[in-house]
Design a protein around this ligand. Structure first.
Ligand SMILES: Nc1ncnc2c1ncn2[C@@H]1O[C@H](COP(=O)(O)OP(=O)(O)OP(=O)(O)O)[C@@H](O)[C@H]1O
Length: 615
């Protein structure tokens, strides 16, 4: 079983209980979380902390000044000759404290907001940076996707966690201040306080576990829900949804999943609110018991009226703050559990490790690429996509790959460009394993345009520049690439030329035909000065004449380069020096067009088949 599967088994399942210990263990993620917050902005983090410490002293100060005011008022009401100066000074102090406290809360919530936004951006960037380091096959794993999804959710959810943890620290200090005040008058009140809040906390904590487990178990369904929502309401899918009349099918599926989400959550929410009410009652009983004690002591003359107001106020405030802390503890640990998902995602390491001392890429390539008994299967499949494949792609050669759908042509190309490494055998470049070369250098020296290339909803220039993004400001180079791919005349006719926005997603974007998109995408191949150029059916949407011209041009432009092209059109394929025929992942024939025709084998058969279609 894979390490990932093992990791999954350890996670709380439907029947497993998330223990208190596990919750505490999740708190271990907090230091790493704070490191990330600190990296986001040291200045804002310090300012936020200082303001919160100042704010935590406010409740006790306000209550105490309030007590002094009441005592003064009582004194003055009994003895009118007493000076009132101290009373008015106290009122002025309370007024000042109230203003400062209000200003502090506003400043804190401002800093929370700013820090939260910066943190969300910082985390999103880290998630993207990490995704860029991972291997392609990791993206093809559903479990990986779930992790990525949960990590992605962290970015906004965790800004709340940040405010919660900081408020928690602030409230703990507030409680310490208030409790100290209470202890001085009557330590027993603290015991009553615990009785009033602990049961409510345990209840809250229990339900938070259940909410977390519910959300955890729903991750992959939630992904499906997002996908259906996208299919049902997106410019890219609208055409097919209409033509195939899919909307009801999609809506029914959406309703089925979302109804289940709703029912599961509703059951939990109803139980939560019933128990919450019961424990709120217990809490209120604790508070009023304490109130009665304080009142009795005041009647007996042991406490002044000011003391009564101070203690009752302190107790009430302590109860709310303490309850807040305990309840928040539960959501902080829950947040920390989600953090575990984020850090688990960051822990996923690419399997294609770079060699310690990579070899420089040969310039120029001497002998070429040799496949030695290469076998490959995708992680999510038991079937060999390629098996026992041996051949050499000679330096400077133009090789065409031919084979029926699913024969393994694209897979071969992905292996050549090291998107994957072979599972069996090896691929050599000038006699040395491809894995020994620097992967980044390899990527600059091998240019590939895939059949499912991306149609970026960006400008024409940007769409071409993705071929070599470091040259995105090199307009002459971009225009030259467009000339070479024969896209130039098309771009010239666009209202904004190279600055034309493509696609329908953004305003003023124009949509292109399939063939027009291909010409633009092809220009990416010419952005790189790569030694090996691979075109994987990037011309399938071009009409026959356009494809012929593109390849004629391609052959001319790559005269001293090595090239691999995949096409289902034999008029194009025959331009190659040699043709490799693949069938179910294995090589069946290799040779020039004429040699293969003379051989009257698989190639000749496929060629005749196509020729007959044109007759
Ligand atoms: N990402 C993937 N995960 C699992 N299996 C895959 C994946 N990509 C391709 N395959 C499988 O590998 C085999 C070879 O696919 P490949 O895309 O290389 O074929 P191809 O010759 O390029 O086909 P086509 O002419 O249709 O583009 C197929 O059986 C396909 O189902």
């Amino acid at each position: 079983m894979s390490a990932q599967m093992n990791a999954r088994r350890k996670r709380p399942g439907k029947d497993e209980e998330l223990t208190f210990k596990e919750r505490l263990a999740a708190l271990r993620n907090l230091p790493a979380f704070f490191r990330m917050v600190w990296q986001t902005s040291p200045g804002l983090t310090i300012a936020n902390t200082l303001l919160r410490v100042a704010q935590s002293a406010m409740p006790l100060s306000l209550l105490y000044v309030g007590k002094l005011i009441i005592d003064q008022v009582v004194l003055l009401s009994k003895d009118a000759s007493h000076s009132a100066t101290w009373l008015w000074e106290l009122v002025a102090i309370e007024f000042a404290l109230a203003i400062v406290s209000d200003a502090l809360s506003r400043a804190i919530s401002l800093l929370d907001g700013l820090l939260g936004d910066l943190f969300a951006n910082h985390t999103s960037i880290k998630i993207m940076e990490h995704a860029a380091r991972l291997d392609l096959d990791q993206f093809e794993d559903a479990e990986f996707y779930d992790k990525l999804e949960r990590a992605r959710q962290q970015t906004s959810g965790r800004t709340v966690l940040l405010a919660q943890v900081l408020s928690q620290v602030q409230d703990v200090i507030t409680v310490a201040f208030l409790a100290a005040g209470l202890m001085i008058f009557n330590p027993w009140l603290i015991l009553l306080l615990l009785l009033a809040v602990v049961p409510a906390f345990l209840n809250e904590s229990h339900f938070n576990d259940l909410y977390y487990k519910l959300a955890w178990g729903q991750t992959s369904d939630r992904r499906e829900l997002d996908y259906i929502r996208y299919l049902g309401a997106s410019d890219e899918t609208a055409k097919e949804v209409k033509v195939f009349d899919l909307s009801n099918f999609l809506i029914d599926r959406f309703r089925a999943i979302s109804d289940k989400f709703y029912t599961d959550k509703k059951t939990l929410q109803v139980r939560d609110s019933i128990w919450g009410t019961v424990f709120a009652f217990v809490g209120a009983a604790g508070y009023y018991a304490a109130y009665v004690i304080i009142i009795l002591q005041t009647i007996r003359g042991r406490l002044s009226i000011g003391d009564l107001a101070f203690l009752a106020g302190s107790f009430r405030q302590l109860r709310t703050t303490f309850q807040g802390i305990l309840i928040r503890f539960s959501s902080v640990t829950q947040g920390a559990l989600y953090l575990r998902d984020l850090f688990e995602y960051f822990e996923i390491q690419p399997k294609m490790v770079a060699v310690a001392r990579p070899r420089p890429f040969p310039r120029p390539i001497q002998t070429g690429f040799t496949f030695e008994d290469v076998g490959f299967k995708y992680v999510n499949s038991d079937k060999w996509a390629i098996r026992h494949l041996s051949f050499t792609l000679h330096a400077g050669e133009k090789l065409a790959l031919v084979g029926e759908n699913g024969a393994g042509k694209t897979t071969l190309v992905k292996l050549l460009s090291r998107l994957y490494d072979p599972v069996e055998g090896r691929i050599l470049l000038d006699g040395v394993d491809l894995r020994e070369y620097d992967i980044n250098e390899l990527r600059t020296q091998v240019g590939v345009i895939f059949q499912d290339y991306q149609r970026y909803q960006m400008t024409v220039s940007q769409n071409i520049a993705v071929g070599k993004i470091t040259e995105s400001h090199n307009q002459p180079m971009i225009e030259e690439a467009a000339r070479q791919s024969l896209a130039y005349p098309l771009i010239e006719k666009m209202p904004h030329g190279f600055d034309q926005m493509l696609g329908r997603r953004f305003s003023q974007g124009v949509e292109l035909s399939g063939g027009e998109w291909q010409k633009i995408a092809l220009a990416r191949a010419y952005m790189k000065d790569a030694q090996l150029l691979i075109l994987d059916e990037p011309t399938s949407a071009l009409d026959a004449r356009a494809e012929y011209n593109v390849f004629l041009h391609f052959a001319e432009l790559t005269r001293d380069k090595t090239a691999v092209l995949i096409s289902h059109r034999f008029s194009t394929v025959r331009m190659a020096n040699r043709i490799l025929v693949l069938e179910r992942g294995s090589l069946v024939e290799i040779g020039s067009h004429q040699e293969l025709l003379d051989k009257k084998g698989r190639y000749a058969e496929l060629f005749e088949l196509q020729a007959a279609g044109y007759k």
